[in-house]
Design a protein around this ligand. Structure first.
Ligand code: GLY
Ligand code: MN
Ligand code: MN
Length: 465
């Protein structure tokens, strides 16, 4: 095998085949039909330069195939040994491969990825009408892209054009992604293995950032240390735009690493993590640029840390998705009262702070989200079949072993007259990724310290560059 075709790991053919079989079984249970799933489009950035290509997560989940211009067709009505899993992909092309690198081509892709059949993507429009003719239903990403909707219209029109010869077009169209979302919510052993490795690489990157940071360093210099570590350990890309925020910038929730220099006495908030083999990690740490928390910083830091500990404690199979958030809110709200950031004379207890949402100016996001192939991963947060409450909201879904979610409380204190000055312009968030287990959760991202003393100890160890 030459270096162009070499995969870092063997292709997990059985894993992808198993997922296709489960999806096919779900489609058969709904009466059969044909599912069509395409990978992401290539998008031009500017003349002759594309944005880095990233496959579509749903397509990848079912194939493991990362080339652009590819479509998977799953025929849940296939009979008598007809192909059920069919890939359309780019043909071999010696000239294009000289410029852009290796492509499998249909035959090799079929064999390498365990599909029943494969054809050139250029024949998709010609073959799709044949594949969907006389099938009861079409399953696709309904109403998610004007281009896909137009393609489907074209394929249906081509089948309907043959109606005089007795060929029927599918009578039903159904959104396929929610079926796959439910599968994606429960991570299998293959996914968990990759997510553990992604978490470990991202943790190493945060350690390196802590150890190299000095007052005077610019945010982009610290970002460079993170990106270096991601790539150095084989991660393909950051899972999302890196947030490296010095001082007051940490109060901007999605602040991208910029030019600001970290001053002596500033906290630095880093929310950055890698994508490895199609899976995201998501870590936030907040630490002092000079290696020592001030007393006021430490007070707020320990409140956020205690909130995270409470949320982690509340993360286990069988409880509401909302339980970790409520546990964090309780600790944060008590902390806001204890520090006088929320006026004690107006709110008697943490429960009052929560009931009146008085925490909102200082904590305006939720405590977690699903994570998997996408950093904000697919899957519903509420039970669509549950009864609505007085506000019209459905009940939160119940955590199950195999769910992976983040636990990321924070406090963001702007300069404001009614807030004690020692806390002004302080943004703190602590974020880890948790795999739900029967009795609790496993944190996938804890190879970087989180306790203030441990962060300070790590920062005292210098790093040889
Ligand atoms: N990194 C984005 C988030 O924490 O949700
Ligand atoms: Mn997150
Ligand atoms: Mn994050």
């Amino acid at each position: 095998m030459n270096s162009q075709t070499e995969h870092a790991n063997p292709i997990a053919v059985d894993v992808y085949r198993g997922r296709r079989e489960r999806l096919l079984a779900a489609l058969r249970a709904q009466g059969g039909g044909v599912a069509i799933l395409s990978t992401a489009p290539e998008v031009m950035r500017n003349r002759d330069t594309d944005f880095p290509f990233r496959h579509d997560s749903y397509f990848y989940y079912l194939t493991g195939f990362t080339e652009p211009e590819a479509t998977l067709v799953l025929d849940a009505s296939a009979q008598n040994g007809e192909p059920a899993s069919i890939l359309f992909c780019r043909e071999k092309n010696a000239e294009r491969e000289t410029w852009e690198g290796f492509r499998y081509g249909p035959e090799a892709a079929r064999d390498a990825f365990g599909l029943d059949a494969a054809f050139p993507i250029a024949t998709l429009d010609e073959q799709l009408p044949r594949l969907i003719a006389d099938k009861p239903a079409l399953f696709y990403a309904l109403g998610t892209s004007a281009e896909l909707d137009a393609q489907v219209r074209g394929w249906l029109a081509a089948v309907r054009a043959q109606s005089r010869s007795g060929v029927r077009a599918p009578a039903k169209a159904q959104h396929v992604l929610p079926i796959i979302d439910e599968m994606r919510l429960l991570k299998d052993a293959h996914e968990i293995g990759i997510m553990r490795r992604a978490g470990s690489i991202s943790a190493q990157a945060h350690r390196r950032a802590m150890q190299t940071c000095r007052p005077g360093m610019r945010e982009y210099e610290i970002e460079a240390e993170l990106l270096y570590t991601f790539r150095r350990h084989g991660a393909q890309a950051p899972a999302y735009g890196s947030i490296v925020a010095a001082g007051a910038n940490a109060c901007v929730l999605h602040y991208p690493a910029g030019n600001a220099a970290a001053r002596d006495g500033d906290l630095i908030l880093i929310d950055a993590a890698c994508e490895l083999e199609g899976y995201a990690s998501d870590i936030t740490r907040t630490f002092p640029a000079n290696g020592r928390f001030t007393p006021a910083q430490r007070e707020l830091y320990d409140i956020v840390l205690a909130a995270q500990a409470a949320a982690i404690e509340a993360t286990r199979a069988g409880v509401s998705f909302d339980a970790p958030h409520q546990a964090a809110l309780k600790v944060l709200s008590q902390g806001l009262l204890d520090t006088g950031i929320v006026d004690k004379t107006k709110f008697g207890s943490a429960d009052d702070v929560i009931a009146e949402r008085a925490y909102l100016p200082f904590y305006m996001h939720r405590t977690g989200h699903w994570i998997g192939m996408d950093v904000h991963d697919a899957g519903e947060y509420r039970d669509a079949d549950g009864p609505r409450d007085e506000q019209g909201a459905r009940p939160w879904r119940t955590l199950a072993a195999g769910n992976v979610l983040t636990v990321e409380p924070g406090l963001y204190v702007h300069a404001a007259e009614n807030v004690p000055e020692r806390y002004w312009n302080t943004g703190i968030r602590i974020e880890d990724d948790a795999l739900v287990t029967a009795g609790g959760c496993e944190l996938l991202t804890r190879e970087v310290p989180v306790a203030a003393d441990e962060i300070e100890a790590l920062m005292r160890e210098s790093i040889g560059n």
